[in-house]
Design a protein around this ligand. Sequence first.
Ligand code: PMP
Length: 363
Amino acid sequence: LELALAGVQQLVPYVPGKPVEELQRELGLSEVIKLASNENPLGTGAKVTAAIQATLPELTRYPDGSGFSLKTALSQKWGIAPEQITLGNGSSEILELVMRTFVAPEHDVVFSQHAFALYPILTQAVGAQARVVPAREFGHDLAAMLAAVTEKTRVVFIANPNNPTGTLLGPQDVENFIAALPVHVLCVLDEAYYEFVDPAVRTESLHWPQRYPNLIITRTFSKAYGLAGMRIGYGISSVDVADLLNRVRQPFNSNMLALAAAEAALGDAAYLEETLAVNNAGMLQLTKAFQALGLAWIPSSGNFVSVDLKQNALPIYEALLSKGVIVRPVANYEMPSHLRVSIGTERENQLFIAALREVLGNV
Ligand code: PMP
């Protein structure tokens, strides 16, 4: 429609994975496994289920638009002020709020090649110019990203770990980058997969916004906390940035069930621990299988891994799909020979490996 903004007209939609039930029906299979969206394979935790049940009778009311209780829990957990927090309908909404708050069509936005697919979409949606910086060994090239910043740049996205590559930047490199950024540029440090990173090499960034007022860190309950379907995430920034984002957001952007579920998830240390154990074991299981198949993969710090099939990955993706295994092709990330697979349960990983072995043997 000509009514839409030029940037919107040119948008290529974000294509989510097929729902399991739909594929199961289509293929007439008794079982379909989905390892396509970096979701938590453990299912909903008991504490979250109880919190949701306890909230159900309240649904005629609006949620607490300030998210007081969840913000209090987060601020206690992380040792930050509640006023530094912005809650969102997934961390995706925080990313979008940043763009709507700070970026106009005359600005540009810097991010890396192979970085999370939402960055180009959000940039285009506000009509701004994307400056995509070539990656180095699939990871962010911070020096080149800094060099790409101009007087028109308003936002730089850094995904750490990045999706779909799983690549990780070291704390010192990230801090040096932020310190070197001009003050007219807001750095979005997207830490959706923070919890999966080995604590020995993890960037503990949450105290940085006090030193760098042009920094916002985004985190989510979608991954390690297992609440992708609930849509709840948060930003941590200087009080000034949070104040602006909170003015722009819809008053009730985080729903009542999501707020309750997130708070319960935050208090469920055992679930998080099990998630990390399952993820570490699953990563080993998959990478060992790749090795046995003679395939290279990008070492990943997330709950997924991208494997190089050394050929066009789309036919392999389709063949896996026909066997009831949903993974993610990443051709739209300029990685045509890779498939990204999310770490599942031991059994799901096994089914994927068996299907992959079969498919590769058949081509
Ligand atoms: N950042 C990255 C790097 C991601 O991979 C994702 C989810 N795929 C998100 C942000 C957004 O997640 P959510 O909106 O569910 O918090």
